[in-house]
Write a protein that binds this ligand. Sequence first.
Ligand SMILES: [Zn+2]
Length: 304
Amino acid sequence: MGRPAWVEMCVLPTVLLVSVGGTVAAVRAGLNEVVAVGGTTLLAGVGLTVAQWWTSQDRAGFVAHFAREAGTDLLHLVVSNGVVNATFKTLAFAALLALAAHTTGVWWPHEWPLLVQLAIAMVAGEAAFYTAHRLAHEVPLLWRVHAVHHSSEQLTVLSSGRNHPLNALVSYAAQALPALFLGAGPEVLVALSVFTTVHGMFQHVDLRLRFGPLNKVFATSVVHHWHHSAVPSEGNSNYGSNLVLFDLLFGTWRVPEGGERPARLGLDSLRLPRSYLAHLVVPFRWARFQVSSAEPGVPELRQE
Ligand SMILES: [Zn+2]
């Protein structure tokens, strides 16, 4: 109470600017790129977790949930995201970079300010991500792979990394490849990586902030929590990762007036065990995890 709305609206842009600016400055100063991005991710993750605990209306409940889910989510973070993406980057990026070399520098505005180049890279990545994400919700076979991401009933910084490895791979490629092929330089790719990672953690943490008009620009935590609603008609919306541009263009942006949050998060149609290995087999043993009482509504329940 009493905190001006504009102060709350400054939090997200400030965190993003500091994260991207700090990482780029560190890389320019000679710090290894992986170390710089990893360090920023760790700092932002710890900071957001403390902030979530601090602002939580049920701190004991938050701690209990975090402790219960952290093991599985850390495995997702390290293996599903880290190892898979690093392998893809190592094996495929060199070849893709060679392919992209024909376009690199042809028209990409290398001389423009970094933030403008980052915005172009984000819009390009968002177009691919929006398409892939929406298909993952609307094509039943793809939904089997994506459903794991929606299985959390409370969202923390680690929830952003809860992805089946196939899901993580597609998300990573969708975000990074358009900019790569359009000829963006390494610094832009670092900035895009940091922005996407920190924003991804921020949008899964509900710090009870008011975002005002930013909800029409970024996929804020208010926007993204509606995407994680347990009610299918609410969750089949807000597919944007960083930006809501394509949700606005295609009519899938949904945030109720007043900025309230969904009543429940998670999935009613699916019961997943907590173990990481079980999450890996979900797409291939789909029927085993269905909630039978929800059968009559399955077509409707297949959502996000
Ligand atoms: Zn989704």
